[in-house]
Design a protein around this ligand. Structure first.
Ligand SMILES: [Zn+2]
Ligand SMILES: [Zn+2]
Ligand SMILES: [Zn+2]
Length: 238
């Protein structure tokens, strides 16, 4: 079947029944009311132990401690936000996440024996504005900045572009799809993704901004949640 680019595809009365055609048949079957939950559970029962085993395996990584592919470091860092990321040294992690700077770095703590979550800035990474994620040849300054994304609240570092016609801080933030929380001396921004996600949650389930933000804070730190600094009033306003 011919697949249409999303922007060109306009469901009409005639083609409406084919809207879900690109999805697999089992995915569409699971949406139908005839699909029995009890049968689904029974199918899963034989796999419970092995599924649990695989989930527990994520708590460690056999590659940790081995030499990184760059030959310049040891594999210490994993990314659970990427799909199938291979543990790397911190430098390779930063390089690989130039365009995904809000993925949490899971750094192995060899003394305590588990991964500890860090923002990319803790590994020396900085979000450079103005050059599609690449370093600016004329960086203006490097500031501590708070970014709220769908996976939590990031205390990160941001570098503004100092090139000609780079625009104001707000211009640069907006081009990077970061919505400023304030317009004066901005130090916090929301990703467009988090604003859109909240908008849809609110539309579909009437989820309040306060509750949505509470979940975002838990995603950041599920134990010391009160220590996660995020301004409820600015989120509500945006
Ligand atoms: Zn990642
Ligand atoms: Zn490396
Ligand atoms: Zn620049």
């Amino acid at each position: 079947m011919k697949l249409y680019p999303l922007t060109l595809y306009r469901p009409t009365k005639r083609n409406r029944s084919r809207r879900f055609a690109p999805y697999t048949t089992d995915a569409t079957r699971l949406l139908t009311p005839t699909c029995q939950n009890s049968q689904l559970l029974e199918d899963f029962e034989d796999h419970f132990d092995s599924l649990l085993e695989k989930i527990v395996e994520f708590e460690a990584d056999a590659d940790i401690g081995s030499p990184c592919s760059c030959d310049g470091g040891i594999r210490t860092t994993q990314c659970h936000d990427c799909t199938q990321y291979r543990a790397s040294c911190t430098r390779c992690f930063v390089r690989a996440h130039q365009n995904n700077p809000f993925h949490w770095a899971q750094v192995w703590d060899s003394e305590r024996g588990f991964f500890v979550k860090h923002d990319i800035s803790a590994l020396g990474g900085t979000i450079s504005l103005g050059h599609n994620g690449a370093d600016c040849p004329n960086p203006k300054n490097n500031i501590l900045f708070t970014v709220v994304d769908t996976n939590g609240v990031h205390a990160t570092r941001l570098s503004l572009c100092g090139c000609l016609e780079s625009g104001t801080k707000i211009d640069q933030l907006m081009r990077a799809r970061l919505f400023p929380a304030t317009t004066v001396d901005t130090k916090t921004a929301f990703t467009f993704k988090v604003l859109k996600e909240f908008h849809l949650h609110n539309l579909e389930s009437k989820e309040a901004a306060y509750d949505y933000l509470a979940a975002i804070r838990r995603l950041t730190d599920n134990v010391f949640t009160d220590d996660v600094p995020v301004s409820f009033s600015t989120f509500l306003f945006n």
